[in-house]
Design a protein around this ligand. Structure first.
Ligand code: ZN
Length: 138
């Protein structure tokens, strides 16, 4: 079951350059920066009310963020929904005919297990599903 919008992912050329503006915009300081090596991204999180903004910077030219920025200006990249059981949701969505980028959950930033759906099956919207890591999901 989907519980809420966990965060919005925003692609930027440079976190160092973009972060001060977003911190001022939301009057909230970045609480965590983290590199996700497997995805080729550096992330920075800002709490915004009950949700978060995740800034994404490419760490290499093969990164999905680098490819995104070749075709698009920086800005909105993906929406992440928190689910109560990620494995169950992936099975359900797969049965419903959604294309999954990740067939099984992988480690994401900010203590999450994550999986992305392919935008071709979601009308162009890049959707991330995430679940907080707990002792029994590790
Ligand atoms: Zn995300």
């Amino acid at each position: 079951m989907v519980k809420r919008i966990e965060h919005l992912g925003i692609a930027v050329e440079s976190i160092e350059d973009a972060l001060p503006m977003f911190e001022t915009l939301f009057s909230s300081e970045c609480y965590k920066e983290e590199v996700v090596e497997s995805e080729g991204v550096k992330t920075a999180f800002i709490q915004v009310g009950e949700s978060k903004i995740e800034l994404l910077e490419a760490t290499n030219s093969d990164s999905a963020i680098a490819k995104y920025l070749e075709k698009n200006r920086g800005g909105f990249h993906h929406v992440a929904f928190e689910v109560d059981d990620l494995d169950e949701e992936l099975v359900r969505l797969s049965k419903e005919g959604f294309r999954l980028i990740h067939q099984t959950p992988k480690d994401g930033a900010d203590n999450k297990r994550i999986a992305f759906l392919h935008p071709k099956s979601t009308k162009g919207l890049l959707v991330e599903l995430c679940q907080e890591k707990t002792l029994d999901s590790i």
